[in-house]
Design a binder for this molecule. Sequence first.
Ligand code: 5GP
Length: 114
Amino acid sequence: MGDTLFAKIIRREIPADIVFEDAHVLAFRDIHPQAPVHVLFVPKRPIATLDDLQPGDAELAGRLLLAAADYARREGFAEAGYRTVINCNQDGGQTVYHIHLHLLAGRALHWPPG
Ligand code: 5GP
């Protein structure tokens, strides 16, 4: 896959408000937040879309989910609730082709989404 905006953020070539990092995952605030809390959890290894995940990526996919859930607990909004979203390809609304998990919280989120 080509070099993406998120690869540049991971390499610190573009600034971002980073809220979590470990050896596998980087998390930073979305530049156009859709809720009071809107954080993107991104694997450091570039995978373009959810459709590109392979069985060997199962651990990495789990790490993204666990990093988001841990963050929600740490920040104190897990009990109130939150939403995680992975947009895939054009109809899913994906605009950056480096897989990422959106974490949205801080207000009541309606369902179904538009
Ligand atoms: P997608 O639409 O691919 O699921 O999500 C991409 C997200 O990246 C969007 O919510 C968008 O606001 C966010 N985004 C786009 N450019 C930047 C940027 O330069 N910095 C940050 N922090 N987020 C960005």
